[in-house]
Design a protein around this ligand. Structure first.
Ligand SMILES: *Cc1c(COP(=O)(O)O)cnc(C)c1O
Length: 389
């Protein structure tokens, strides 16, 4: 009894310690996240189901925290692999979870044990699951994936019908969904996207003729934003849920309510004044243009704040924007405040987000890195605590 209490107190201490130990944090605006989810719900209507993709640590936002916040607002979660789905189950998430990615034969037991819904893209995988289920006297909920033009996973549309018939004939396979994925829904009025919608509509007709309650789904964020005819029975917007538009910002309600929910913040850890002409950081790739106040921040590429932002990235301190000076180190980076910029050790610093009238957008970082918002987001690693505010 006493041991259990000591153990619990120790766990509590560890959580608190983690919370306060690292001055660099990713802050998640839970209120705004709920606004985003509600706006999407309003956009798609009550009849269409909402699958929230939470793969890759919920796009870097923190898998478990995000799933717990979202569970009351969505119908489904989408993960990439068994490990992500199993973690959600261990943490008490009970909503349906669809694994988008392919699985190996060895993973079938774990997938079923965690009550995850599987994606099947071939007769071969369907047979593997069916024979596993027959052998163990179990059943499995599955979605068939059809390729309508991405040319990634998914059965060819022309081979779909035989696979559908095979699956429907297996008592151990419960066909819950049929889906496909867009290749370019982040381009407006794109003919190829319209062709994918048309081809998927034909698949839907085949499916519904045989089993009316199968959930047919196609739309990602681009589909939700720019192709309302792609909603079918369920949508799967990831990027949009976290507050970003794949292309043009939507200015009509309800999607115009959507905003980013992530801020990346830290605190000034050191301050020094250096002479004109001083080289800063490894290999002196930055030289001060005059007497300069240089601050050091406890964040680096070891946190996933990419080294490519050396001499390019910016931060906000005391309401002013300043450039990163020199090479970003593994655990630290330096910022030049010039001759007069003010900052004190312990001051809050924004690397992504807003302070006063200044704002740093993750899209600006992505542009500087020749990357995309998705990649920058998922790059922030486990050393940065995610704090829900
Ligand atoms: C990641 C993913 C999505 C979400 O894509 P967004 O562009 O973030 O909306 C939807 N469907 C599948 C199958 C995915 O893998």
């Amino acid at each position: 009894m006493i041991y259990v209490q000591v153990e619990l107190a120790y766990r509590f201490y560890l959580v608190l310690r983690n919370f306060f130990m690292h001055p660099t944090q990713i802050e998640i605006d839970s209120q705004q996240f709920k606004f985003n989810l509600s706006a999407i719900r309003q956009q798609i209507g009550a009849q269409v189901k909402f699958c929230l993709p939470v793969k890759a640590n919920a796009y870097g936002h923190g898998l478990v925290g995000i799933a717990k916040l979202a569970e009351a607002y969505v119908d489904y979660f989408g993960v990439a692999c068994l490990a992500e789905g199993a973690l959600l189950r261990q943490q008490g998430i009970s909503k349906a979870i669809l694994v988008f990615g392919a699985f190996d034969e060895e993973q079938i037991a774990g997938l079923i044990e965690s009550n995850l819904e599987l994606t099947i893209s071939s007769r071969y995988k369907a047979e593997l699951v069916a024979s596993y289920c027959q052998k163990h006297n179990q059943a499995c909920r599955i979605h068939l994936k059809v390729d309508t033009g991405m040319n990634r996973v998914g059965i060819r549309a022309s081979s779909f019908l035989p696979l559908l018939e095979y699956v429907l004939a297996q008592p151990s396979l419960e066909l819950v969904g049929v889906y496909s994925h867009f290749a370019a829904s982040d381009e407006l009025d794109n003919d190829f996207t319209l062709q994918q919608i048309e081809l998927f509509s034909q698949i839907v007709a085949l499916v519904k003729a045989k089993k009316a309650d199968v959930i047919c789904h196609l739309a990602n964020s681009g589909g939700v934003c720019y192709y309302p005819e792609s909603y079918f029975d369920m949508v799967r917007p990831g990027l949009l849920s976290y507050g970003y538009f794949p292309a043009q910002i939507i200015t009509q309600a309800p999607l115009n309510q959507i905003r980013a929910i992530l801020s990346l913040v830290t605190r000034v850890s050191y301050f020094k004044v250096v002479a004109e002409g001083s080289g800063i950081s490894y290999n002196h790739r930055y030289t001060t243009g005059g007497v300069s106040r240089i601050i050091t921040l406890p964040i680096g590429y070891g946190d996933g704040y990419r080294r490519g932002l050396s001499n390019l990235g910016e931060v906000i301190v005391r309401g002013h924007k300043y450039k990163i000076a020199g090479s970003i180190c593994m655990d630290m980076l330096m910022v030049d405040l010039g001759a007069t910029g003010e900052a004190y050790v312990g001051d809050r610093v924004i690397l992504i987000g807003k302070q006063g009238v200044e704002e740093i957008l993750i899209s600006q970082l992505a542009l500087k890195l020749n990357s995309i918002i998705y990649e920058v987001l998922v790059g922030f690693n486990a050393r940065i605590p995610r704090v829900i505010i």
